[in-house]
Write a protein of this length. Structure first.
Length: 135
């Protein structure tokens, strides 16, 4: 921040909405696992997020541990429920007041293959899992 003595900073208090759905991009290391290992990795990620994070922000890469190795996952979309409809937001609160909530996670594998210099095609595989977040 490069703050100096007597520098002023402005602090804003912001209330983040509660999460209803999280879309996570899996790292390459987890994109080639068999189905059983994929489910275990996803459960592991969900547990680490729920135990160690209070908020999530789109675009942030988060370090998690898989088989005693650090890996990074990326939060690519966050949703809240408003009037029974999903609303895309930039940041959410995943824990609040000791309440256990059902939060759905979507794990997306994205591989980019260059088809020509100006165009890229994305292949994706999506798995939906519902997991309670404990606070």
């Amino acid at each position: 921040l490069n703050l100096q003595d007597n520098d002023e900073i402005e602090v804003e208090h912001l209330h983040l909405p509660s999460v209803s759905h999280v879309k996570v991009q899996l790292p390459k290391e987890l994109q080639t696992l068999d189905e059983q290992e994929t489910l275990w990795a996803q459960h592991n990620i969900q547990t680490q997020l729920s135990e160690h994070y209070d908020t999530l922000t789109v675009g942030v890469a988060i370090d998690v541990e898989w088989k005693n190795q650090p890996i990074q996952i990326k939060i690519i979309a966050l949703y809240t429920k408003e009037d029974e409809k999903q609303k895309l937001v930039d940041a959410v609160n995943i824990r609040r007041g000791g309440i256990i909530r059902e939060v759905s996670f979507e794990f997306v594998n994205e591989d980019e293959k260059e088809t020509n210099k100006d165009e890229q095609v994305k292949e994706s595989r999506t798995i939906h899992v519902s997991h309670p977040i404990r606070s």
